[in-house]
Design a protein around this ligand. Sequence first.
Ligand code: T46
Length: 143
Amino acid sequence: MFYTGELTDRVSFIELPVIEDQRGDLTFLEGQRHVPFDIARVYFLYNVPTDAERGGHAHHELHQVLFALSGSFRVTLDDGRSKCEVFLRHPRQGLLIKSMVWREMDLFSQGAVLMVVASLRYDEADYIRDYEQFLRIAAEKSI
Ligand code: T46
């Protein structure tokens, strides 16, 4: 994993443990231990065309950790003041994105699998899908 730009303090990296033996590698994660919240939901993105663009929104309350279980992709992050780009490409390396961060994902490699571990169940009301509205709310909250 590597990143370019100014990494907002609403984003950080998580390294999961690994148990290695001759049968292969085993990695695990537990809520409140390896990710800083109780896990309410897990979802996956796969069969993503290499020219697809996903995301394009922020969340009022949701915290999430993204993992590249297979392959790689780019995540562009914006907290309303600074932007950065992160390339995820290892199943043990997670990207913690707290609430109020605009995110876009693209440059998916062939066969990439993006797993997301989320702090809340799905709720469309938590999404901010308009960028100008996101900027207004971020400024009001002094994120
Ligand atoms: C995020 C990035 C990384 C559900 O019904 N349940 C769910 O748990 C999710 C995540 C989505 N949906 C529905 C909502 C839409 O009708 O699935 C459809 C596609 O969702 P969306 O366009 O939001 O997918 P992405 O890939 O743009 O964004 C998703 C998450 O929604 C988002 O929270 O941070 O992955």
